[in-house]
Design a binder for this molecule. Structure first.
Ligand code: PEP
Ligand code: MG
Length: 539
């Protein structure tokens, strides 16, 4: 048995088999071969397997996300069958007498460079696809498994690190827990694990290699321990703990359908955070009263080209209809920092968290921003939709946003497209927004405090950097004073204010927030009932 320590991101116990996720970027060695025809055969065989995988992925995506999301797998199949690409691979094998892996990597790089250099934005986007298909074929040639189709049974995912886009693409039904060697507790990957409500550890002292695959393991999320090949005692103890956790969860189930109200009769809106349309099931299961934060950037992260207005409209409309009149707060695109999307073509930055991100990109790129705002306004006709904007630092930004919103409304009106005007809110997640919150409150319908970034920017602690996790203190008096200040300013101007950062779910602070006068708390779906329980016990 091996026992490893990590930092807990979400509690609970998971028992199951390990699946190691290997990063896509693969080291490919150049090996001289005697028999090139054998390498061509290997390539042809791997290509056939890749096409089979893509067919399966296409069918799965059709079921789960519909035709538009599935189309990419058809495009990948076509690319793999493309004569030019195949000739390029075979030519490298024959002319250089090298192994198939090296030839595929070389041809993939060459084609990706050609696409990147093209003027047409659509063709530039295809560079990522060529890389993707060549990585797939290389994986098959190297005998590695396909990450996108994890396993037949639910598994414990072990990886060096996971990006938010990798996490979001995992089949959630098949993930029992996450254990990563790197990663910080405040990263979006950690937040996704919380949304999924599964045990997760980051910064774990584990040596990752593929020999872990298939081994039995236990993740003790609460205590931050990962046991590989645990002995009988550990398994028995953990099973007991799992049962206790389940019992506690069952007790909380009794709070379903009950009001979120203090003993003295103050009602708090208790909403859930989501990143994906599939999270709606968790929202329902946990009886959230609305959605306080839909991180819409995950729609962009899950794909390799810009989602169209129609695609976004379909998603927002489904959320609005499913929530049937309950409030849904959709945050506009918050791309950047740890949420990078290659097809945006943003150059690497020294300090991406303080860089070109979120509303800064949207205000610079009305072509992208307006597509989303149009889709949101159209979806607002189907439910109680509100829109909020991330990373605000000034009144000027808010006025610029309102100008674009006005233009969008006029355009929809002129085009006679049905729409409704959503409520408009701001995320308060920079110290600057806190300081000018009194002025900002005059311009909008509500505030939602993003304590994750507010803590990062106030305490000068990079939320991605696990080395300084110990300084990331969201209970710091500076943060609590800021929340208090924002609540007062919001109420003076007659608007409501909530918290959608992770601190909103911290039951040690629920009473403090209620005393400050907070109107709404938006938490991961799995935390809704525990927070309701806490609020109902406040006198
Ligand atoms: C926050 O910063 O608190 C927040 C809710 O946004 P995100 O975690 O997505 O940056
Ligand atoms: Mg934020």
């Amino acid at each position: 048995m091996t026992e490893c320590r990590g930092i807990s991101v979400f509690g609970g116990v998971a028992i199951g088999k390990i699946k190691v996720l290997i990063k896509c970027e693969q080291q490919v060695k150049r090996i001289r071969v005697k028999d090139s025809s054998l390498e061509i055969e290997r390539y042809q065989g791997a290509k056939k397997v890749a096409i089979g995988q893509l067919e399966m992925l296409h069918a799965k995506a059709l079921r789960e996300v519909g035709e538009s999301g599935a189309a990419i797998f058809e495009v990948h199949q076509m690319m793999l069958e493309d004569d030019d690409f195949n000739e390029a691979v075979e030519n490298i094998i024959l002319s250089q007498n090298v192994n198939a892996e090296y030839a595929v990597a070389g041809a993939g790089d060459n084609f990706a460079n050609i696409f990147s250099a093209m003027d047409d934005e659509y063709m530039q986007g295809r560079a990522t696809d060529v890389k993707d298909i060549s990585e797939r074929v290389i994986s098959i040639l190297l005998g590695r498994s396909d990450n996108s189709d994890i396993a037949n049974e639910p598994v414990i995912i072990v990886a060096k690190d996971l990006t938010p886009s990798e996490t979001v693409q995992l089949d959630k039904e098949k993930v029992l827990a996450f254990v990563t060697e790197g990663g910080s507790v405040n990263s979006h990957t950690a937040i996704l694990a919380r949304t999924m409500g599964i045990p997760a550890l980051v910064s774990t002292d584990i040596r990752i290699d593929e020999s872990l695959n298939g081994k039995t393991a236990v993740v003790d999320g609460g205590n931050g321990v990962f046991y590989v090949e645990p002995d009988e005692n550990i398994v028995a103890r953990m099973k007991k703990k799992q049962e206790e956790n389940n019992r506690k969860k069952e007790l909380l189930q009794e709070l379903k359908g009950k009001e979120t109200i203090t003993r003295s009769g103050r009602k708090i809106k208790l909403y859930a955070n989501i990143g994906n349309i599939k999270d709606l099931a968790l929202v329902m299961q946990n009886d959230a009263e609305g959605i306080g934060l839909f991180r819409s950037e995950f729609i962009y992260l899950e794909r390799d080209s810009f989602p169209t207005e129609e695609e976004q409209f379909a998603i927002y409309k489904t959320v609005a209809e499913t929530m049937a009149g309950k409030e849904i707060i959709i945050r506009t695109l918050d791309i950047g920092a740890d949420k990078q999307c290659e097809y945006f073509g943003i150059s690497p930055e020294e300090n991406p968290a303080m860089g070109y991100r979120a509303i800064r990109i949207c205000l610079d790129r009305p072509d992208i921003f307006k597509v989303q705002l149009r889709a949101l306004h159209r979806a607002a006709a189907y439910g109680n939709v509100a829109v909020m904007f991330p990373m605000i630092i000034s009144l000027e930004e808010v006025l610029a946003i309102k100008k674009v919103v006005k233009e969008v409304r006029e355009e929809l009106e002129n085009e006679k497209i049905p729409y409704a005007n959503p409520q408009i809110g701001l995320m308060i997640e920079t110290p600057a927004a806190v300081a000018v919150s009194k002025i900002l409150a005059k311009e909008v319908d509500f505030f939602s405090i993003g304590t994750n970034d507010l803590t990062q920017y106030t305490l000068a602690i990079d939320r991605q950097n696990s080395v300084i996790d110990k300084y990331y203190d969201a209970h710091h008096p500076a943060i609590l004073a800021m929340i208090d200040f924002v609540v007062k300013n919001a109420h003076k101007e007659g608007i409501w204010v909530g918290i959608c950062g992770e601190l909103g779910a911290d039951t040690e602070l629920t009473e403090t927030f209620v005393a400050m006068g907070i109107d709404e708390l938006s938490v991961s779906p799995g935390q809704v009932l525990a927070v309701r329980n806490k609020i109902r016990n406040i006198s």
